[in-house]
Design a protein around this ligand. Structure first.
Ligand code: DAH
Length: 351
C-alpha cells in the first residue's frame, strides 16, 4: 500500500467512525479542509520538479476523488440510518385492535315498549303520548276516583308545587289512565262533525305507554316506573274481545302458545266490572305460577261520559300493564332497581 492508498484507508476509517453528520463534517475538514491532509499534499507539489509535478498532481486528484466518494457514501449511510430511526420511532402497529367508541343500545324498557307498540300496532291500535305532569281532574276525577280515594293521598302520589286553573295541585301522573280521557276526548272532538251529520264514530283503539310516578321504593317498586294504557271503545266491544286481544298480545310478546290467561275479579274506580289479568306459562322457569300482568275492566259509564261520549252508545274496555314487569319476565331480571341504576354492566347486556 503506497502513502496515497494509506491516506484513503485512513479517511474512510475516520469517516465511518463519525456517528453523526456534524462529526462527519469535522472528519472531512481533517482531510479536505484548508489545512487538511490532502490540501497539504497539493501544497507539497510546488517543491517538485516539473516532470514529477504532472504525475503526482494527477495521483493526488484521483486520491481526492476517492476520499470524496468515501465521504459521500458515509453521508448517505448516516441519512439512511436517521430515516430508519425516525420510521421506527413513529411506527404504527396496524395489527393492534381498534379503540372504537363503544356502541350504545336501547334500554330494556325502551325495547319492551317498542315491542308492545309493534304488537298492538299490528292489531290496529294507535300509539299516544301525553303529559307526565297532570291535573287532578285527569288523574283522578275524570276516572271516577272518589274524593277520599287513597290514590289521591300524599302517601301515594307526588304533587307538584303548582296549581291548575281550578286551584287544584298538579301531580306527577300516578298511572297512564288519564291518557284514556285525553285521547278519547280528542277523538270525540275530531269526529263530532261527522257524527252530527249522522255517521258512526270510528272505534277508539289506542295504547299509551309512558313514565308514571308513585311514592314507593323497594325491589319491586320504583318511584318512577312505566305503564302502558290500552283502550278500545266501540259500539259492541266486550270482555271477550279483551280476552282475545290480550291473549294474542301475550302470545306475540313472549313468543309462546304455552300459557293460560285468567281474569281475576278486582276493583278499579274507572271500570265496572274490573279484573286483574294473570298469565301462567306451561313451561320454562316460571311454569305453573300465576303472574299478574295487567289491570283491566269495562270502562265505567261515568268515565265514558267524561270522554264526551254517550255510555249507551259507546262501550269497551281498558287495561293498564307494566312494561317494567314485562321486561323483567322476558329477560329474567329479578330486581326492578337494576333497570334504573344506570349501571353499564347491566345495560350493556341489552345492546
Ligand atoms: N291505572 C291502574 C293502576 O295504575 C291500572 C289499570 C287498571 C288501568 C284497570 C286500566 C284498567 O285501564 O282498566 O293500577
Amino acid at each position: 500500500m503506497n502513502d496515497l492508498d494509506q491516506l484513503v484507508a485512513a479517511a474512510t476509517a475516520d469517516f465511518d467512525a463519525a456517528p453523526t453528520p456534524a462529526e462527519l463534517e469535522n472528519a472531512k475538514a481533517r482531510f479536505l479542509g484548508k489545512s487538511g491532509r490532502v490540501t497539504e499534499l497539493l501544497k507539497g507539489l510546488a517543491a517538485l520538479p516539473p516532470e514529477q509535478k504532472k504525475t503526482r498532481g494527477a495521483e493526488i486528484n484521483q486520491l481526492k476523488g476517492r476520499i470524496e466518494a468515501a465521504l459521500q457514501a458515509r453521508r448517505e449511510r448516516l441519512a439512511d440510518a436517521e430515516l430508519q430511526a425516525q420510521l421506527q420511532a413513529e411506527a404504527l402497529d396496524v395489527t393492534l385492535p381498534g379503540r372504537g367508541r363503544g356502541t350504545g343500545g336501547l334500554h330494556p324498557v325502551s325495547r319492551t315498549i317498542e315491542r308492545i307498540e309493534a304488537i298492538f300496532g299490528s292489531m290496529g291500535f294507535d300509539v299516544a303520548d301525553g303529559p307526565e305532569i297532570e291535573t287532578d281532574w285527569m288523574s283522578f276525577t275524570a276516572l271516577n276516583n272518589p274524593e277520599n280515594h287513597p290514590a289521591r293521598s300524599m302517601q301515594d302520589t307526588f304533587y307538584v308545587d303548582l296549581k291548575d286553573e281550578h286551584g287544584a295541585w298538579l301531580n306527577l301522573r300516578p298511572h297512564t289512565s288519564p291518557m284514556q280521557v285525553r285521547y278519547a276526548q280528542a277523538h270525540a272532538r275530531k269526529h263530532a262533525p261527522a257524527v252530527a251529520a249522522g255517521q258512526a264514530m270510528p272505534e277508539i283503539r289506542v295504547i299509551a305507554p309512558g313514565r308514571t310516578y308513585r311514592v314507593d321504593s323497594d325491589a319491586t317498586h320504583s318511584p318512577m316506573f312505566h305503564q302502558c294504557e290500552g283502550l278500545w271503545i266501540g259500539e259492541n266491544v266486550s270482555f271477550k274481545d279483551l280476552k282475545v286481544v290480550f291473549s294474542d298480545f301475550v302470545r306475540q310478546f313472549f313468543e309462546t302458545d304455552d300459557f293460560d290467561v285468567r281474569f281475576r275479579p278486582s276493583f278499579f274506580p274507572f271500570t265496572e266490572p274490573s279484573a286483574e289479568i294473570d298469565i301462567a306459562f306451561g313451561s320454562g322457569p316460571l311454569a305453573g305460577r300465576w303472574l299478574e300482568v295487567a289491570g283491566s275492566g269495562q270502562v265505567h259509564p261515568n268515565v265514558v261520559r267524561n270522554f264526551g261520549l254517550d255510555p249507551q252508545a259507546h262501550i269497551g274496555f281498558a287495561f293498564g300493564m307494566g312494561p317494567d314487569r314485562l321486561a323483567m319476565l322476558r329477560y329474567g331480571i329479578d330486581d326492578l332497581r337494576l333497570m334504573f341504576d344506570g349501571d353499564l354492566r347491566f345495560l350493556a347486556q341489552f345492546r
